[in-house]
Design a protein. Structure first.
Lengths: 369, 369
């Protein structure tokens, strides 16, 4: 057995995205204890910078010590009690996962479906809430990583609030890449991933919970089914002040990486980051259209950081992706679920979102297809 | 906000332990996709090397993408169904967590208690099984991280087998530091942590499941409450062959680190690693006894990698630990639960288990207490 030396790739899939050398270097810094006073200071900085990224004052804002799927689960297992009626809006793979989460913990799910590639329909949500006024929670995906569709989170939350529902929002792909305002939009629970537009390495899930959400969590009638994700316990470790209760051993070095990626976000500025993702998307889009490649998603709800495009007719999906990987060290994403073999997902997330990558991608695609 | 530069510590607490520079360097290697063919090859090597570390041929041997607490939860949520009778042996903090896991998913718990610092009593287990022949699972901690006590896993499993029970074993602190033979001892489900005797960074939990355990998981009557930890799904990603189904985004760089730590284990040899931990323990023990410091745990069940010792009378717990940290950059562990303020836990795990650390620790303690 020998040490592993990964090839150098350009990550233009749906995540992970390219990790900046500064973040990689941060990962290699010497490990310290998860209760070390300097580590706790760093945790506080991470919380503060995540508040900035989420545009929230929520005290309960922190990273879950596991990937985005665990962040999703943290939201559902803490907020849903058995029997609670939950509306889940499904317009792709990740909406279906939300449904899975609710049913496994005994929630009562009502599904609203939209075609893959379409945003979540606010009209359908309003209608459904009208018919189900006893709904407790509305859950939807802000940026569907399986399709590249962006939904109107602000409007969907407004509607949910009218019916006194809490909202759970998947922002795995949107955070830092698209406009997202947790407090202004009234989002109650939100989860994201470290490895998309934050360009830190995969393995962490930033989350944030409103006071209303925390109130519900603190006043549950039944215990949270997951001990690891029970926020009543996790809060004791990520909580206020210098006194922290041991819950689990935090992934110390991965948190160094997240910290560095957030420092870089501060340096760039949040709105500048949104704009960079938008501008680079336009560059890629123009080039793709020139190659005769068209988008799955309508312009109005297209995610800048994840370009879902139809595989041109007569082109072999796997062959092209393999050629890009082997000849250009470039990874682009395959379609998921119903869209497998039909689309590619070209990511321009975080550090990947740079002109040189767009140029190379277009040039390589031109020669390959 | 500025980049974080951690102080350089010597980690002689209950984990994380010092991470070898080779492993830190591995963490900083360029991130690649979690479905990249070369990443999948690396995953296969990790599985093979974990089989070596656990001394098992179990096909389902892999790291869970989250800390040890999640590994514990993976074992319980997959193997326990609502109503299942589970005997949990408690002789410290981590046995109590096992109980929490069982009750939260609706299992019926029977507790066997032993004093903190004592090993689990095989007699009590046998008696309890005799009285509860319908027990499905026996769960215990091999190496109690809260007390430094080692239990006789081989004998406990033998007893459990006589009563046709599956066994779940916590090996967070024992793996690679103490003798542990999963197949020979007939362990059905086992979980560990990356940050103890493996000396990789925290954030991963190696697990292994016997064929009997996999059979139970594949034939459950109820769905696993956790989507993230449902091994029926996780197996699709960590499974056999080149074809892997996306489940969650693996913590790519952290897995590089685990891979490197396992390569180093191969180089040293598993039994050599056990012996090194034992020999260095003796060195530390002799020095501590010379300082008039005594052990919580009887010699016969003392963990070499985690030395739980009484705080000498008149000595201020927090003051000493703070002085060690500030003046010597050395972290030792406080007591947990009932033992807070009464004991220190001095770790000699993995890369920390070196003569120079023992020498410095003894010398610093002498000057401080």
């Amino acid at each position: 057995m020998k040490s592993f030396n990964p090839p150098s790739r350009i990550l233009m899939g749906p995540g992970p995205s390219d990790v900046h050398p500064r973040i990689l270097n941060a990962m290699a810094k010497t490990t310290i204890g998860h209760l070390d006073p300097s580590f706790i200071d760093m945790m506080d900085e991470i919380k503060k910078m995540l508040q900035y990224a989420f545009m929230t004052e929520n005290a309960l804002t922190m990273p879950i010590s596991a990937p985005g799927s665990a962040g999703m689960e943290a939201c559902f297992v803490n907020l849903v009690e058995p029997g609670d009626k939950v509306i889940v809006c499904i317009n792709g793979v990740f909406g279906s996962r939300m449904k899975e989460n609710v049913t496994r913990i005994g929630g009562q799910v009502i599904i609203i479906e939209d075609d893959w590639g379409m945003p979540v329909s606010p009209q359908k949500l309003e209608q459904c809430l009208h018919e189900n006024p006893d709904t407790k929670i509305v859950a939807f995906v802000h940026a569907e990583t399986s399709t590249g569709a962006l939904s109107d989170a602000k409007l969907l939350c407004e509607i949910a609030k009218k019916y006194n529902c809490l909202t759970i929002v998947d922002a795995v792909t949107s955070l830092v890449g698209s406009e997202l305002r947790v407090d202004d939009w009234g989002i109650d629970a939100i989860y994201s991933g470290s490895q998309k537009c934050l360009s830190a390495m995969p393995g962490l899930s930033p989350v944030s919970f409103s006071e209303k959400a925390v109130h519900k969590i603190s006043n549950r009638k039944t215990p949270v089914t997951s001990w690891f994700l029970d926020l009543n316990l996790v809060m004791g470790y990520w909580g206020k002040g210098a006194k922290r209760a041991y819950h689990h051993t935090a992934p110390v070095n991965t948190l160094y990486g997240l910290h560095e990626s957030l420092v870089m976000l501060y340096e760039e500025g949040l709105e500048n980051s949104w704009n960079r993702h938008q501008q680079n998307h336009q560059l890629l889009r123009d080039g793709l259209i020139e190659l005769g490649i068209s988008y799955l998603v309508e312009k109005s709800s297209r995610l800048p950081q994840l370009n879902s495009v139809f595989i041109p007719e007569g082109v072999n999906d796997a062959e092209v992706r393999t050629t890009l990987l082997n000849d250009y060290n470039m990874e682009i994403g395959a379609g998921l679920g119903n869209l497998a073999g039909k689309i590619w997902r070209i990511g321009l997330m975080g550090y990947t979102s740079r002109k040189e990558n767009i140029e190379l991608c277009l040039s390589a695609l031109k020669k390959t297809i």
